[in-house]
Write a protein that binds this ligand. Structure first.
Ligand code: SF4
Ligand code: SF4
Length: 398
């Protein structure tokens, strides 16, 4: 352990306090700090290295902002016409807010003579090549930063839960070469996860194990959450390529439907046959959503999503939310989470109407409309099977 003399420790905590005040004044609900040491992963787990963001990164700041729970309820209920678009807008507006605040913090640190850069939330993936988004590993994990710096703890789903908010939060963060004082993780006794496992049941293709866990060790502390059965299960559902739940009794907002994939091979074949270019969704009469044009107009967004970050901006602009259920179902209060589960599982199924707009029907009605349009169901070709084998090989080599 490093021993600090009093003056360098004072300098650190003064800068910590200044950063914390800056973020709380902007509306953050909590702020935490980590260092390269506190993020150290003895297993070499990716997405824990601060120098991925800047080569001289020594410390990181992580902070949380809340999503609008009323909009989440309307999204879970599948309210027409604005349930989907309002939550989508709330989510993306909050991302933009976080990105802009992070950039202000970066500027503040640079004015003081430090190097700093923001961790682009959610859309900046590590790795190379066309399958990069498929591998979905962030450059530096905001979830890991959030648990290690004491903002919250993993729930069973692996989302980070905070008291009073559950998982209905988004995180932002920056990395700097300033030496900041790290904050401690929360004690396990402060967890707001009651192991209800409803998060596993709201995942239409069941990505989370019911009983097995996986661990990550960060700077000497071990954290646990449910084992991921296969990330492609989420990519298909959250990506909007399939929305019907395993039970057939409810769907996400995605109108496509594919049979539930039982095995890993089924997952890859379903994935290969379901991926298509356009996952945009529109409901008749819905109000205007997230302003995609602001990427061209807004000088901060133009600056953040330039150079090698350009792809992240493109992905960001093209995302239409259809799921996120494992996060938004969990409000950190057993009764409210159970009510969210009841709302979602009674919300019906989506289907495209004759004009190509999303409509919500009972699942029986939606299935009849879908069957009339696609009497042979999803088509799986030999080419799909070849692509599935190719993708499986690539994913296994990672
Ligand atoms: S829904 Fe939330 S509280 Fe329930 S097990 Fe999942 S993470 Fe824990
Ligand atoms: S976002 Fe949806 S599809 Fe992805 S893991 Fe969560 S519940 Fe499953």
């Amino acid at each position: 352990m490093t021993t600090l003399n009093n003056s360098s420790k004072e300098q650190k905590t003064t800068l910590n306090s200044e950063i914390e005040k800056f973020l709380l004044d902007k509306g953050a609900i909590k702020v935490g700090f980590a260092t390269q040491e506190t993020m150290h992963s003895p297993e070499g787990i990716p997405s824990t290295n601060l120098t991925k963001i800047i080569p001289d990164g020594q410390s990181a700041v992580c902070f949380a902002f809340p999503l609008d729970k009323e909009k989440i309820r309307a999204y879970l209920r599948k309210d027409l016409p604005n349930g989907r678009v309002d939550h989508n807008k709330d989510n993306f507006d909050l991302y933009v807010k976080i990105i802009k605040i992070s950039e202000e913090l970066v500027d503040l640190l640079k004015e003081k003579g430090y190097n700093a850069a923001q961790i682009i939330p959610n859309f900046d993936y590590a790795g190379e090549g066309q399958l990069k988004p498929l591998l979905s590993k962030p450059q530096l994990s905001l979830r890991y930063l959030a648990v290690r710096s004491g903002l919250g703890l993993f729930g069973w789903s692996g989302n980070v839960l905070m008291k009073g908010y559950g998982a209905t939060i988004l995180f932002g963060g920056i990395v700097t070469n300033a030496k900041l004082e790290p904050t401690d993780p929360l004690a396990e006794s402060e967890s707001v996860c009651n192991q209800c496992k409803l998060c596993t049941k709201v995942c239409a293709f069941r990505m989370f194990s019911d009983n097995e866990t996986q661990e990550v060790t960060l700077g000497g502390y071990q954290f646990k959450y449910s084992k991921r059965i296969n990330h492609c299960r989420c990519l298909m559902v959250c990506g909007g390529f399939s929305g019907l739940d395993k039970t057939g009794k409810w769907s996400t907002w995605a109108t496509e439907r594919h049979p539930y994939p039982e095995t890993d091979d089924d997952v890859m074949v379903t994935f290969a046959s379901s991926v298509k270019a356009d996952t945009s969704l529109h409901v008749k009469g819905e109000r205007e959503g997230f302003d995609r044009k602001q990427f061209k107009r807004d000088p901060v967004l133009k600056k953040v999503f330039s150079g090698d970050k350009k792809d992240a901006g493109t992905i960001f602009k093209g995302v239409y939310l259809t799921c996120g259920n494992c996060q938004i179902i969990c409000w950190g209060d057993p009764e409210l989470t159970a009510e969210n589960f009841r709302i979602l599982t009674n919300s019906g199924c989506t289907v495209l109407d004759d004009e190509g707009f999303v409509d919500v029907k009972s699942c029986e009605e939606a299935q009849k409309i879908y069957d009339a349009k696609f009497p042979n169901g999803p088509i799986i070709t030999e080419q799909h099977k070849k692509v599935a084998k190719f993708m499986k090989r690539i994913l296994e080599s990672e």
